[in-house]
Design a protein around this ligand. Structure first.
Ligand code: 9PG
Length: 517
């Protein structure tokens, strides 16, 4: 183990240095005004935080497993994944960035501590300067190390999730496909709900014609067929679970490692170092590409880097990256969108990456976000906040802030909130929606066309303020994180939150599916 002690005064503004060490200790003269905390995977909070306020753990275990880096979910200090930064003064940022997998940065009082998990040695960038300057330096070094997306322009995507959720079938999707008419979407992507089960990746009962036939149908409209998979997680009632017990990741005590809950219940993580699992992943991706899908949304990827005792002993993020590489090779020319994905270990192996939590057709689900202390929970405010703090990744990979809404029907966002989300889409350049075409008024449909066809001029004015063509977009309303000291019982918050999901998400989806059968 090598620990490097650094004096921040030795680093003059607009300069940077690279060090190799397993630990890096930097003592500032006083606690930083703000600490940049970068969340581990797509959904995990990225934001400038007040370092004097200690982190509050997520109060419900199933969301801790799904939304946080499991190693630090109860840590007493803020722990940032790969990159952390201290705001010393206005326009004076000190950034520490790991250039290897598993680097973390912790802030403790006036000390910044970089460390690699398991005391591995690795490289560190230490840079001082303006915010944009130090993050651009870090992004350039990451690109040199891990590579970048192979595609110039991000695709324009219609995705089934944020209107129909899991209530999809051949009929309603065919109707949506044809309803898009000549709108310039490049990809029509089927989301969760097509499969028999997570882990049994065959057409479920709602797709009696099979997935290859549906891909054909999509391609016949001139669009790329897209499909969702969560390759690293499995549900417990599957053959794979019974027949290949050794494929499921276990902890040091031999207990199965859960990977959090999805819409269908508790899921478990695969041991992605097991040769038979890697072979299975390779076959799975080749099968789906063989069906005709040229755009793969690979989700819940964090499960590949869950904590556990693996078949091959290696750092968890290295295990993850090796498995993603197998899928990358199997995918050939297909576009890979990584979702729920550890950010840095995915670079160079995916074309796009989700950079925030899921959006919702409302601003915030108070019960799930505030009462349960979970700023990673699906909600448009949470999505905007975290995505805004990851725009620096744009030169490396297509950054997906999730879908935008153009519909006013089944949309409880205020026009201003909805505009902020669309503006975020403009900043990232990744344009996607899930609106059902028959939910649009004619004027909304025209807005979609215009949005897909144009690239407004964007200029950054301040940290959260941009000029978009002639207009100013001020994202500050999305930044605050409200917390509650009321200690609502977790079961109450959970059920209260689900009511909101049922009202604004499930009900419209179920109605749409029934009415268009
Ligand atoms: C499909 C979705 C969509 C979405 C992904 C991911 O149970 N949960 O709390 C939960 C939250 C988010 C979530 C899934 C489950 O979202 O981000 O785009 O593909 O999966 O299941």
């Amino acid at each position: 183990m090598t620990t490097l002690l650094l004096d921040p005064d030795a680093l003059s503004p607009s300069s940077h240095q690279i060090f190799t060490a397993s630990r890096l200790d930097l003592n500032l003269p006083q606690p930083p005004r703000r600490f940049f905390r970068h969340g581990w995977q797509s959904w995990t909070l990225a934001a400038w935080l007040d370092p004097r306020e200690p982190p509050l753990p997520i109060r419900a275990p199933e969301f801790r497993a799904k939304d946080e880096d499991p190693a630090y979910a109860f840590h007493k200090n803020h722990v940032s994944a790969w990159v952390g930064a201290a705001e010393l003064a206005e326009n004076d940022i000190l950034l520490i960035g790991a250039l290897g997998l598993s680097g973390r940065i912790e802030v403790s009082g006036s000390a910044l501590k970089g460390f690699y998990e398991d005391n591995h040695q690795g490289e560190w960038l230490v840079a001082r300067g303006r915010e944009d300057e130090v993050f651009a330096k870090y992004a350039a070094l990451l690109e040199a190390k891990f590579g970048r997306t192979r595609f110039e322009k991000p695709p324009r995507v219609w995705c089934s999730w944020y209107s129909l959720y899991k209530w999809i079938d051949e009929t309603v999707l065919t109707k949506a496909l044809h309803g898009l008419g000549n709108l310039p979407f490049d990809v029509f992507q089927i989301d969760d709900g097509w499969e028999d089960e997570s882990g049994h990746w065959e057409a479920g009962k709602n797709f009696p014609g099979g997935m290859a036939a549906f891909a054909e149908k999509i391609k016949a409209t001139g669009r790329t067929a897209g499909i969702w998979l969560s390759p690293f997680i499995v549900t417990p009632n599957l053959g794979i679970f019974r027949e290949h017990h050794d494929w499921i990741l276990r902890d040091e005590q031999g207990n199965l490692v859960t990977a959090g809950r999805n819409w269908t219940g508790t899921t478990y993580a695969l041991d992605v170092t097991h040769p038979a699992v890697l072979e299975w992943l390779d076959k799975l991706i080749r099968k789906v590409v063989g069906w005709g899908y040229g755009y793969l949304k690979l989700d819940f990827l964090y499960a590949g880097a869950a904590i556990g005792k693996r078949y091959k002993d290696m750092p968890r993020e290295e295990a993850y990256r090796n498995a993603l590489k197998v899928m990358r090779e199997a995918a050939g020319d297909a576009y890979i969108l990584a979702c729920g994905a550890p950010i840095v270990p995915s670079l160079g192996l995916c074309d796009g990456i989700r950079i925030g939590p899921d959006v919702t057709p409302y601003w915030l689900n108070r019960a799930l976000s505030v009462w349960l202390n979970n700023p990673n929970d699906p909600a448009t405010q949470n999505a905007i906040r975290t995505s805004l703090h990851r725009l620096w990744l744009k030169p490396l990979v297509h950054i997906d802030p999730d879908v935008l809404f153009f519909r006013t029907r089944w949309n409880a966002l205020t026009p201003h909130e909805n505009q902020l989300l669309q503006d975020l889409g403009t900043l990232t350049g990744f344009k996607a929606t899930s609106d059902l075409p028959w939910w649009w008024k004619p004027s909304e449909r025209e807005k979609v066309r215009e949005f897909l066809e144009t690239a407004p001029k964007v200029q950054k004015l301040k940290r959260y303020c941009y000029q978009i063509d002639g207009r100013v977009a001020d994202f500050s309303p999305a930044i605050p994180i409200s917390t509650s000291h009321l200690d609502f019982p977790v079961w109450l918050a959970r059920n209260w939150g689900i009511l909101k999901i049922v009202q604004h998400q499930a009900l419209p989806a179920i109605l749409a599916q029934r009415l268009h059968r």
